[in-house]
Design a protein around this ligand. Structure first.
Ligand SMILES: CC(C)(COP(=O)(O)OP(=O)(O)OC[C@H]1O[C@@H](n2cnc3c(N)ncnc32)[C@H](O)[C@@H]1OP(=O)(O)O)[C@@H](O)C(=O)NCCC(=O)NCCS
Length: 208
């Protein structure tokens, strides 16, 4: 069993602990030490908030870390900060029931892929993306870094998604569209044209 800590202690951090429990139920892999946040020693559901950020800067033993945070800008900030400590490792966590053509899916590090996602084939995914429950990711899709896909997002084939975007729950991205960087797609939106300018896109068809 490998030691792992979860950065953050909010609702999504608890869901990441649940994801790890599910992975362990399938194949014992991770020993959850607890959450990393500033209010050390408060309990947070099943696991403790055991240490603050300083612990991660200073640890000299190899340690696996995962982000329990659903904010794209914060994901980037914390990854850039903590990845300076080469003892910290950022594994991909994938729920055992996720299906995908794994030999043709290229994954970076630090990605969280929750239960009931479906990936098809020829997909490239960068670092530290959160793909929450029940999304579909179509063929030839590329997803950059620090993107957050909330539950039940449908990404059609050939879509290109840049960095630090948030795709709201149940949004749909039509085929071969491009989403640049720092964009929010509202819950339930249907994107029918490229989202190029930073901002919030809502509705069906989605408008900035
Ligand atoms: C689009 C979004 C980012 C806007 O957030 P916001 O800027 O705080 O907007 P507000 O809540 O102040 O709402 C502003 C207006 O937009 C409307 N609105 C908000 N979200 C909307 C959406 N997804 N689609 C259509 N209209 C929406 C509100 O009804 C409100 O309308 P009004 O001015 O006529 O009253 C946010 O509502 C959203 O959809 N976020 C994704 C949430 C999500 O995925 N949650 C799941 C978590 S697991």
């Amino acid at each position: 069993m490998k030691n792992i800590v979860i950065i953050g202690s909010g609702g999504f951090a608890k869901e990441v602990a649940f994801l790890i429990d599910e992975i362990n139920r399938d194949k014992p892999t991770w020993n959850i030490l607890g959450f990393i946040d500033n209010n050390v020693s408060e309990t947070n559901g099943k696991y403790k908030i055991l240490q603050n950020d300083e612990y991660l800067f200073n640890t000299t033993n190899e340690l696996n870390v995962v982000f329990g945070i659903g904010n794209p800008a914060l994901l980037e900030k914390l990854y850039l900060k903590f990845s300076k400590n080469k003892k910290l490792k950022f594994p991909n966590l994938i729920h055992p029931n996720v299906s995908g053509d794994w030999e043709r899916i290229n994954l970076g590090e630090g990605n969280i892929i929750c239960a009931s996602n479906t990936f098809t084939t020829d997909i490239v995914i960068g670092n530290c993306n959160i793909i929450n429950l029940d999304c579909t990711i179509g063929h030839d899709t590329a997803i950059g870094n620090f993107n957050v896909l909330n539950p039940s997002v449908n990404v059609s084939g050939g879509v290109k998604i840049g960095n630090k975007n948030l795709l709201g729950t149940s949004s749909t991205i039509l085929q071969y569209l491009k989403i640049n960087n720092n964009i929010t797609i509202g819950a339930g939106a249907l994107l029918t044209k490229n989202a190029e300018e930073e901002g919030i896109y809502i509705g069906s068809p989605a408008k900035k």
